[in-house]
Write a protein that binds this ligand. Structure first.
Ligand code: SAM
Length: 233
């Protein structure tokens, strides 16, 4: 299993991209989240849930993987940030419509095996978000495919090109102790597919960030999209 106990424990050492790329990009791009209701979909070990809870948000984290969630809950018992964690699948959450200010999908698309599921996740985010609420997506940049770098490498399995939406891949991610772990399988989605899916889902792009970090090409991306859905008649 991809997220077996040994793997999730290694991952909890922390990754270079979290500290040096994504967190600085979030801090530079987001307005205050104090008092906001945030839903962290595919929260993993809860690192983003904790980040936002420390910034004063009221956070719920959801993940389908027990090993990841157990680590998040264990940390919560120590940190006591008031984060509520639940086991569940993003596609069948049973959470009320229009109930959250911010929904996070942090490194979840790369973990999603079909384009149909990516579309479902974005549509779930739209339902759960209040009108005007913010969807935050952080992920590997789709153009970081077949590029060699010491932050995160994405390699497609077989002869796929950039244009093969949903191509199976694997990625090697560097940890804070200088070692690396491999996520396998991972999946590659084209940038036009992600952005057009957001537009079709009623989202309006607020900010698209390609953090610059030690490479001549973008390794990661941050997408902030506002939920502009129209009220049901
Ligand atoms: C690459 S990890 C990212 C975890 C966390 N967001 C982070 O950035 O540290 C992707 C996570 O999404 C979860 N996930 C993938 N598909 C899911 C689904 N359909 N429902 C709930 N969780 C899901 C996986 O179990 C995994 O923990």
């Amino acid at each position: 299993m991809k997220y077996n106990k040994e793997f999730v424990e290694r991952l909890s050492i922390g990754t270079v991209d979290y500290d040096e790329i994504i967190v600085p990009a979030l801090r530079a791009s987001l307005e205050s989240v104090r008092g906001k209701k945030i839903l962290d979909l595919g929260c993993g070990n809860g690192r983003y849930s904790r980040l936002f809870a420390r910034l004063g948000a009221q956070v719920m984290g959801i993940d389908k993987n027990k090993n990841q969630l157990d680590l998040a809950i264990e940390r919560e018992h120590v940190d006591r940030l008031g984060i509520d964690y639940k086991s569940g699948d993003i596609r069948s959450l049973g959470i009320g419509r229009d109930s959250y200010d911010v929904v996070l999908l942090m490194f979840v698309l790369v973990d999603t095996s079909t384009a149909a599921a990516v579309k479902d996740f974005i549509s779930v985010a739209s339902e759960i978000l209040k009108r005007g609420g913010l969807l935050v997506i952080a992920d590997l940049h789709p153009h970081n495919i077949n590029r060699h770098n010491d932050i995160e490498n994405v390699t497609p399995k077989g002869e796929y090109s950039y244009f093969d939406n949903g191509a199976e891949a694997s990625s090697r991610t560097w940890l804070n102790d200088g070692t690396a772990v491999s996520f396998c399988p991972n999946y590659h989605y084209r940038l036009d597919f992600i952005l057009n899916t957001l537009a079709e889902g009623g989202f309006c792009l607020r900010k698209f960030v390609e953090p610059e970090y030690r490479t001549a090409f973008p390794t990661h991306m941050l997408v902030l999209a506002r939920n502009d859905k129209t009220e049901p008649h």
